[in-house]
Design a protein around this ligand. Structure first.
Ligand code: NAI
Length: 780
């Protein structure tokens, strides 16, 4: 080829990275690995092969952990944990800092090994994965340094189990290990079976960094090993990234065990291009969004929504760009698209695409090498309900639809059960910042895509999971209150006396739905007796239908989220004022119900309403110091509809303690009041009615906690469920919540001092909000 021809074609010559060092590292281990337990490798046992997806060549044999090996890893982590947690923050910070430095020192080896094991282009592992890993350890060294001073009341959870996927093997390890260690936990991590090698190399590096034995343990194996780790009784938290199907199983398996849980699951993230977008940049962004890592990315911009007027031009430019993508040997520095992780994944992608008969399918013209490769593909003209529009393909396949108006774009974008990420392209900042909060997703990129940083929270809503990774918000998922809670005794209703006096006037409190009093659907009610054997009244027995009606009313009232925080604060003050005006009556009611002095509970309830009125416009988000020219906004958004089983032990204060933070943050709610002492809540209807609270923002359904919890926790349109009931229902709530993977917050049978500091504050506000990270790069 002469120079003129080179300039004409602009084709690149091959520039392969050598695999020699990485292969030499494998050979030093005789091509077979055991597990990393208590600071050393175990002898290789029953093993399976891990291969290079680009060539099919076996790289090494890796061990399938036995139960005894898993147990040894957990024991090592347990032994090491107290000492690790007791180290001053600075000592942990120094080790995390050393890890960051060592990742940089070994960056080339780590990048090559990652590409060999995973098939991703070396350009990505070298320029994205490994630098982000180092950044994560640097950032968390800082958090370890500051944690004690910033959160003196928090303590580590203990032993954390981490189960990670194959698409970003080392990066996902960093996302789990760095915060866990910074917070003083120890870890047992299971890498994905396709990609265990960089985790094992990292384990060796921890020794160089002086990480004490047992603080990080790595066991390899398949999904059964993952399940065994999840089920191990001596693990305090599970942090999982992977498929929604497995996430759901893990939610069910951990229900009621008291294990903390964060799930980062699948997605079908929209990529919205408005007609005023910088089209070349938007096309380039899209290449990154869907062909980065062959589309095997949980937050891949896999659903293109393009404004109708520019759709033809946009698709044409996109196709031209697709034809220029270079597909092939991932170790070649000129390659854009590497290998699919495994023939099984290739078969899944192929089957999904082949099953589609709708729209037009366009495949990149670039020749496809033999082996585990799939061509960059665009399928346009699909309908919103098409399976390919709804299901995660997890491959280099983009599906596309058009829209006319911003409203339609938002509706289409949100027409998914997922909610991980979204991208918006427009030169109109007003439009971008109007659309971003309306998108149901944990991350929004404006005029950019796939930006990640340790300082900025990443994670989803809906069936994309819950919890954030990165930032202080990510660290908090590895901490708990330092104070130990006492077990909560069941609180029973006072029984009817043997020889009850003839009841006077029948007074049956109704339910409260959509701002109106409603008769219970079943037509049943229960008596409520005082400790002295006096009949205080009747209360409606709510059922499934009542819960459904209440959820519907709560949805209809969702405009509440759009009212200003100032307006919400005023209404909370107003509720407090109206309660205060009737304080004597409420105190008497509480005394009648429980026998305790009600005056202090009423006073505490008024104060609590003031607290959250105060917080309504002060629980700010943040602007994250991310390394771009621009900002990453961490916005505290309401969760949506929150269902809450209220405490039995503080019938009025407990309910107010849950209702007030929920509505202060813009949520609507369905509250099930104290089962034995419901009348304090039913008296509240009038207070709410006279306080300008829009109907449906608060709905109250009296009845049995266990029965109502099941419907509430299983309801597909409820976004979060809290349970502070004294009935033993934490397991039930967590298990049922798996249906739509809603967030849960349960007491696990532990008591809380509702009148004290534990009864209010930031912990409640955090539960009432989701952090949405909106990335807005700026400049020409
Ligand atoms: P997966 O969710 O099955 O695997 C992720 C990790 O979980 C692996 O380490 C695996 O060994 C482990 N695991 C499997 N079953 C388990 C169980 N019952 N309990 C505990 N751990 C378990 O994902 P897989 O099979 O690798 O890929 C299947 C599909 O999942 C992909 O096609 C893609 O759609 C999706 N996926 C999504 C990811 C994301 O980041 N959102 C990452 C990987 C896969």
């Amino acid at each position: 080829m002469n120079v003129k021809e080179i300039f004409d074609s602009m084709s690149y010559g091959p520039a392969p990275e050598s695999s020699a060092e990485a292969m030499a590292w494998i050979t030093r281990h005789n091509g077979a690995f055991g597990h990393w337990i208590d600071g050393a490798f175990t002898k290789p046992g029953a093993s399976f092969a891990t291969s290079n997806p680009a060539t099919g060549q076996v790289l090494a044999q890796v061990s399938q952990a036995s139960e005894a090996e898993l147990d040894a890893a957990v024991k090592a982590a347990r032994r090491a944990q107290p000492k690790w947690a007791k180290l001053p923050g600075h000592a942990r910070a120094k080790i995390l800092y050393a890890l960051a430095r060592l990742v940089q020192k070994h960056a080339r080896l780590l990048a090559v090994l990652e590409t060999l094991d995973n098939g991703k282009p070396i350009r990505e592992s070298r320029d994205i994965d490994v630098p982000l890993v180092a950044r994560h350890f640097y950032y968390h060294a800082g958090l370890a340094q500051l944690l004690g001073a910033e959160h003196p009341d928090l303590a580590p959870l203990g032993v954390c189990g981490a189960v990670i996927p194959w698409n970003f093997p080392l990066l996902m390890l960093a996302w789990k290990v760095a915060p866990a260690l910074a917070a003083g936990n120890t870890v047992v991590l299971k890498p994905a079976e396709y990609t265990p090698l960089t985790a094992l190399l990292f384990a060796e590096i921890t020794r160089e960094a002086g990480l004490p034995k047992g603080v990080l343990n790595i066991i390899t194996g398949d999904g059964d090993v993952g399940a065994a780790l999840v089920n191990h009784p001596d693990v305090n938290k599970i942090a999982f990234t992977g498929s929604t199907a497995v996430g759901r199983k893990i939610r069910q398996a951990t229900a009621g065990t008291g294990k903390a849980l964060t799930l980062e699951l699948g997605g079908k993230s929209p990529y919205i291009v408005f007609d005023d977008a910088d089209m070349d940049s938007a096309v380039e962004g899209l290449v990154d969004a869907i062909w980065f890592n062959q589309g095997q990315v949980c937050c891949a911009g896999s659903r293109l929504l393009v404004q109708e007027g520019i759709a033809d031009r946009f698709h044409a430019r996109l196709k031209r760009r697709m034809d220029g993508l270079r597909i092939g040997d991932p170790l070649d520095k000129c390659i854009d698209v590497g290998a699919i992780i495994d023939p099984a994944q290739l078969a899944t992608i192929t089957a999904m695409v082949d099953a589609n008969a709708e729209g037009e399918t366009y495949r990149a013209a670039t020749p496809l090498p033999a082996g585990c490769f799939y061509p960059p593909t665009l399928i346009s003209g699909l309908s919103a309900a098409s399976p390919l529009m709804q299901e995660e393909i997890f491959g280099p396949v983009l599906v596309s639809m058009t829209f006319r108006t911003p409203e339609e774009a938002v509706a289409l974008a949100n027409n998914t059960r997922y909610g991980l990420a979204a991208t918006v392209w427009t030169e109109n900042i007003n439009l971008a910042l109007d659309v971003a909060p309306k998108l149901k997703s944990g991350v929004v990129w404006v005029n950019a895509t796939n930006l990640f940083d340790a300082a900025a929270g990443f994670g989803g809503v809906r069936e994309s999971g819950f919890g954030r990774e990165g930032g202080w918000e990510g660290l908090l998922a590895y901490l708990k209150p330092a104070a130990t809670a006492k077990p909560l005794k069941p609180v029973a209703a006072f029984p009817a006396p043997k020889d009850p006096e003839t009841p006077g006037l029948d007074r049956t409190a109704k339910l409260y739905i959509g701002g109106k009093q409603a008769r219970p659907d079943g037509g049943y009610s229960q008596q409520v007796w005082s400790p002295k054997g006096k009949l205080l009244g009747h209360v409606g027995t709510g059922n499934r239908k009542d819960i459904r009606n209440a959820v519907e009313a709560a949805h209809a009232a969702k405009g509440w989220a759009k009212t200003t925080a100032h307006a919400r604060a005023q209404i909370l003050y107003y509720i407090a004022e109206n309660l205060s005006a009737r304080a004597t009556e409420f105190a008497a009611r509480l005394r009648d119900l429980t026998g305790a002095n009600g005056a202090s509970e009423v006073e505490a309830s008024i104060q609590r309403l003031f607290t959250y009125a105060a917080w309504a416009d002060k629980f700010d988000g943040a602007v994250k110091a991310v390394p771009i020219r621009g900002v990453a906004l961490a916005m505290n958004e309401p969760c949506g509809v929150i269902g809450a089983l209220c405490p039995d032990d503080a019938p009025l204060l407990g309910l107010i303690s849950l209702m007030a933070p929920a509505i202060a943050m813009g949520n609507t709610c369905v509250l099930v009041p104290s089962e034995p002492f419901p009348l304090a809540a039913t008296d509240l209807y009038q207070v709410l009615d006279t306080s300008d609270l829009p109907g449906g923002v608060v709905n109250i359904i009296t009845g049995g906690h266990a029965e109502l919890a099941k419907t509430l926790a299983g309801h597909m349109d409820v976004d979060a469920v809290w349970s502070f009931s004294s009935s033993d229902i934490s397991a039930l709530v967590e298990r049922e919540s798996a249906q739509n993977l809603k967030r849960t917050w349960v007491n696990n049978g532990l008591a809380r001092d509702w009148a004290g500091a534990a009864g209010e504050g930031r912990a409640f506000l955090r539960q009432a909000t989701e952090v949405k990270t909106v990335w807005v790069p700026y400049g020409e």
